[in-house]
Write a protein that binds this ligand. Sequence first.
Ligand code: PGA
Length: 256
Amino acid sequence: MRHPLVIGNWKLNGSKKFIDTFIAGLCHNLYGIEGCKVVIAPPMVYLDQAKKAMYNSTLLLGAQNVDMHHLGAFTGEISVSMLKDIGVKYVIIGHSERRSLHLEDDQVVAKKFFALKNTDLIPVLCIGETAAEKMAGKTKTICARQIDVILQLHGANVFQNTVIAYEPIWAIGTGCAATSEQIQTIHKFIRDHIAQKDSKVADQLIIQYGGSVTKNNAAEIFSQPDIDGVLVGSSSLRLDSFIEIIKLISTRKHKI
Ligand code: PGA
């Protein structure tokens, strides 16, 4: 069964006070709400504090990045085992901001994916096209390329218990989300693409959408059959909006 999944990607935002206040508010407001997994991905430096603030709740901890190396002379980096040690469950990799601002290409992202798959941490593989690529009709080609780097090396099985987040770059932080029909088309394409190799893995794959998700469009987006959840940036920093999004999604039926 594919469970609905909402991830709050806090990016470079937050403080000690914000973390404690926000997570306490979230726990209070979500008490008794089931049917949706909720992950918070704060900046690395606050992971441990966030984990403690989540104690005794159903919230799960996410990280925004990880290094492909396991240990050694890699100044400034954080390894998979360190994240696991802190209690992280989900790890966002290949976010377009890391691809463009930190020059992480498909090969780097694939190495991070495999590093995570060697543990029980769940990769959240972000893929998506630029506005120019969309205009040129290349959305499916780009998404396929970003998946194929992993698929061709290690087969479809490696996508078991993973998440793909389709995040069109033109929709991130712009206030201009893709329409639910556009998203459904691409999510179905992603699922079919993996199903060509292994339909069971494809059926179980959680495919999230990210890019200007708000409390006003979350229900409509989630109503489509291949949209299993949302990866939320700016609306996950506003407690009332984030709670509303989670509530909207948790009342919908599980898919498959
Ligand atoms: P946004 O960010 O919701 O602010 O558009 C989404 C993301 O980058 O994951």
